[in-house]
Ligand binder design. Sequence first.
Ligand code: IVH
Length: 695
Amino acid sequence: MSPSQENTDALTPEEAAVELAKLAEAIAHHDRLYHQQDAPEISDADYDALRRRNDAIEAQFPDLVRDDSPSKSVGATPSSGFAKVAHARPMLSLSNAFDENDVAEFLARIRRFLGLEESDLVEFVAEPKIDGLSASLRYENGGFRVGATRGDGTTGEDITANLRTIDDIPETLPGDAPDIFEVRGEVYMSRDDFFTLNERQTAEGNKVFANPRNAAAGSLRQLDSTITKSRPLRFFAYSTGETSATPTDTHWELLSRLDDWGFTVNPLSRLCASSDDAIALYDEIAAARASLPYDIDGIVYKVNRIDWQNRLGMVSRAPRWAIAHKFAAEQAETLLHAISIQVGRTGALTPVAELEPITVGGVVVSRATLHNADEIERKDVRAGDTVIVQRAGDVIPQVVRVIPEKRPSDSKPFDFPSQCPDCGSAVMQEDGEVVRRCTGGLICPAQALERLKHFVSRDAFDIEGFGGKHIESFRTDGLIETPADIFRLHDRADEVSAREGWGEQSTDNLMAAIEARRTIPLERFIYALGVRQVGQSTARLLAKNYGSHEALASAMADAHDPESEAYAGLIAIDGIGPSVAADLAAFFAEDHNRTVLADLAAELDIEPFVQEESDSPIAGRTVVFTGTLEQMTRGEAKARAEALGAKVSGSVSKKTDFVVAGPGAGSKAKKAAELEVTILSEEEWLDMLGEESVS
Ligand code: IVH
């Protein structure tokens, strides 16, 4: 059952508050991925489900609606790089209807709100909902002045130069257009153009886009508008923002006026005398959807009379006079040849369905994710099965179900591998986790790059002048494979100085920076190994408890046996639970890792842990950091506090001694005030530690 279908009646107010907090965070996260990074992780359908769940809980517990509720915002805040533009009128989002009942309710609400008689007709304009990005174009005295993205609906990004490169956007308007006239519409890329662009990207070794929408977003948000110009973007106009005069009485006439003035309006739009007419158009376009030259994800119904639109106004983030009637995900039937396993950069093993290529919603699909072993078991997916696949409006296709009647008689259930297909290391699954992971962290080729980057990162070996980019190119060229190779680079100094961008001086500097880290404190060494769930504070706990690298390695190897004393000793450490212990034991039990570790240790001088005597005012006190810190990262603040003997916690309780609150601090600062816990600014905190703050 999807979360949105679960009943909200059964929730207690406490549970509802917790869930709303989680939903706000999750939706903000997905908004950022979608709007700022053009890299969504979940399907539109799953995203909609999160928002629906949020709305349902808020409807039942109106007192619990949060200040940062997703229902109060549209999309994400603008990312940096472009100037900000305040929208003269907010750029709204649309409420969704998922079936005809929702549409009927929408109509009933409108009738109630306007107090219409049974006999009064409500005309609608029905338009395809284009799967692109909205943009607002401001014309002043007939000239295109400013163009902006939606951003968070109130403030967008100034992308005027990029919008000027789009042929569908006129540079000037005729004399009968109002002096101030904002046009809103959707920037999109056609499917054919998207495929051609991806071919070009592949040929040039550049990033390939997951779908036309991401390609349009990526192309529009270029800081260099010559790049945008080389991308085939288009624009459909569908509404207005601020206007100094209302040019028409109806939306239908507005579309025709926009067309007269040189904009492109969607040719499938239609004036509908009733909601039945609108739904008939919905069915017609749904049937033709796969053969359209661009992606659409529903039909938008808009009340035709503009005076009625004005009376209806908006609720939180959407107009009352319009609704998006969404399409179900597009599906197709095909043969599943095999199930292969992909190893991700973090070692997660993802099963992938290798399919007979099939067109789903205009896109050829030959692979689909099966998510994890539980999912395969639940759906009982097997090689040789005929399956239904779906593209939920976007990104990665999914296997929906198997058609059992078409299963070959000799088919066998899928056997999830117990060894990593890339490196042969053991695969483990933690209690309560669905994901299975490769334990060959240090040697697995799929994970090697990320591990090496982590190894040299700031809180780990922190080798000056040697960042992720260098690691990547040195590794590609075979100069380093495992961490120990970094400390043997001096043998290959000639090869380094012969590289592009490197000379003798910079090579000498690098060698000196590497030498400077050959001696390393034990806690940094442990952290650098990149064992799952072992962050800086766990690394420190381990260093403190085991004292030396040798003692740690031997205890961890023994801890593989959960009956052992070593295991009991490990989980007896305050702050280390069974899940972290399992990851540690698995890492040290893996032969490959032990070999790489011994090789590395032989190159290094690992300093045993030294307990710092602390007479600092925060020794033994509990601190919570919240909001944005301006002088240091959270990680740094936490490490410094711990170094001075404080305990850093993630949540505020009566036991908290100090809350350090930066800008944007929310519920934690509020709770601290309620509990009368001392709240400090970042400066006050640094003063207390006797450190100078940078102003
Ligand atoms: S009308 C107040 N019409 O859908 C009116 N939006 O989920 C708001 N969209 O942000 C928009 N096609 O990016 C409208 N024909 C259409 C549309 C459309 C696509 C997008 C637009 C909007 C989003 C809302």
